[in-house]
Design a protein around this ligand. Sequence first.
Ligand code: MLT
Ligand code: MN
Ligand code: ZN
Length: 306
Amino acid sequence: MRITILGSAAGGGFPQWNCNCRNCAGVRSGAVRAVPRTQSSIFVQGDEATDGVLFNASPDILEQIRSHPVLQPARAVRDTAIAGVVLMDGQIDHATGLFMLRERGTPLPLWCTDPVAEDLTEGNPVLRVLGHFCGVQRERIVPDGTAFAVPGAPGLSLRAFALSSKAAPYSPHREAPVPGDNIGLLIRDERSGRSAFYAPGLGEITPALFDVMAGADAVLVDGTFWTDDEMIGLGLSRKTARSIGHLPQSGPGAMIEWLDKLPAPTRRLLIHINNTNPILDEDSDERALLLQHRIEVCEDRMTITL
Ligand code: MLT
Ligand code: MN
Ligand code: ZN
């Protein structure tokens, strides 16, 4: 399978429009060696397939499609390689790009869990609004590990797992989580048997979830924050990383420790990186530490072939 990283930043992107943290100011001025990133989304194609699955619809989707000709195979006067969209949660950075797909000639095939469908119908009524344009052909994801497929995306089999992370602020479950607010996906190419685990928002790794990750050839997991108090330390928020559903990378019980326990051949990649995270600075000690742990930092336009 081929995974194309369309967007590797967390909500806000990098640099964020109103931010002058060290990273954002530094990437603008050139003082920090780092590359700009758009918001969180990947596109996955099975071996030799033209059409594939879009995971998340980022607010930056139009720019992402323009910079990836693979998403525009141009077989007809109106065409796309996006066979269907799968949502990992109902947050702004993963769902508002759906508005930009409104010119479709047929309803948009959209896979999401029930709680996400509810949030995108009530709190942030994207699905209702799209009903005035192309409409949505909504398919239910049950986050219990049952395999499903997206018709038109040949060779790919998907399995969703409920994660502990965070629903959007407009969700009635923001402070009372329900299974399916956030999911992780095991994406498998049926021909090669190769698989990837994708979880851009991941607040906690349970032993059962770790087993799923350990069975994948590559994991693309939450790279939002380096420390639990990153936003507090910078005076940008009063909330810890964990309290908004993101397991930080450093510290006891954090992401690096978990990734170290994966089987040696597993590729480990961080995605959904917040603009405050020091790992964005390619010359930082934190980035060097990741390298020692064989952990990669996703960049837009990267492709991962498994
Ligand atoms: C998050 O995952 O916490 C988000 O990126 C928040 C947002 O998009 O506003
Ligand atoms: Mn996010
Ligand atoms: Zn910033």
